[in-house]
Design a protein around this ligand. Sequence first.
Ligand code: AVJ
Ligand code: FE
Length: 474
Amino acid sequence: MTSTPPATGPENASSAAPAAPENTLGAAPAAPDDARTAPPADLRDRIVAELDRTRRRSALLTEVVDDADLMRQHSPIMSPLVWDLAHVGNQEELWLVRDVGRREPVRRDIDDLYDAFKQPRRDRPSLPLLRPDEARAYLGTVRTKVLDLLDTVRFDERRLVADGFAFGMIVQHEQQHDETMLATHQLRVGPPVLAAPPPPPSAGPVTGEVLVPAGPFTMGTSTDPWALDNERPAHRVDLPAYFIDAAPVTNADYLAFMAAGGYTEPRWWSEPGWHYRCAANLAAPMHWRRDGADWGYLRFGRFSPLVLDEPVVHVGYYEAEAYAAWAGKRLPTEAEWEKAARWDPASGRSRRYPWGDEDPTPEHANLGQRHLAPAPVGAYPAGASPLGVHQLVGDVWEWTSTGFHGYPGFAAFPYREYSEVFFGESYRVLRGGSFGTDRAACRGTFRNWDLPIRRQIFSGFRCARDPRPGEHDR
Ligand code: AVJ
Ligand code: FE
């Protein structure tokens, strides 16, 4: 059994029409906006395909365990799977049935139960939640209404539906909860219920660092039709030269840090980092287990020895920060990550993805739960950036050193609770997406965020550093 159903449509049908490459530098004329000229029937078909593909993932994640398991809380920081399931249906009802479609509510009585701000995760298992069969029926009812209103909706009436945005937002929301549910599966104790083919092997070693020359680039987007509010608007950022690792930090790299006493040496850790390391008694990435003298990991209920050239995953921000200090480097800023991922030195423009503007295919990146592990470094040469930075998209979310803030000119859309209420230094931005991130919820501008202590997400990192005097003139 593979964990991802076969694609229903063309491999590139992941979102609305690709936007023109981003350009705020004034070097070239703006390209026409293809998305607005796309025939509505085509947009409708793409929306239906994306909604359906996404729902099949949610169904798979909630059909492989029994009802008791769906209702149980596998960790106090996660919801019962059946809460996530009904919550995605409730968001779809709120935004598509009621707001876009202006239809009567299906279940106004359950809005509060599935409001993430009203119900702390800890309390969710004791709520009078819809039972699994009720939740599935609810999702089905909502979806039928959405498909019905899609027949008549006008994509040019309101900003909320322009280019199908509200539908894209709901697809991304459900995919984000699917990734969260996948992390819940990883925390779940019991025999394996998910399976997938192993990731592709490395096509050759990728080592060392890449020099990104000083200069401006365009960060964020004003043209990607399904980009969320926190990715907007496109703006110019001028960066000094820096080095960035050509690949994410691997298990072998991380083992060297551990063997050098990384976890017992306070000097590599920030003050809050060391405090947390001691309070939580951290000694290895989450889900690592001793295997005699070696280490292995427990993945989705299966034990295996570490694969040394695989990106390390399930490390928190503080561990990433300590590793970087030990390595004589630092974490990249969010802008440094994005310039490495999007800046095309030939044109000076910012691409949608490291490899270009085309949506991800299985040759570009390890996304979408197609595999249940990060792929070894070197497995995706076709996904490298023009400067030769590999695996920026897929495999593991990458911690950056930047807090979560709105870009200059940020405006909450369509609701403050998606991004704006989280702005501040409490959260750190993660970039690039993981093996559990769907292609619809991942692009060069996509921003994720979490608390620095979090390790249950599929998080890893790569390092950066400033050039030494004279080094960038080589
Ligand atoms: C962007 C992944 C941090 O899961 O909290 C889901 C996404 N927002 N429902 C989260 C989200 C509302 C969000 N992250
Ligand atoms: Fe949500």
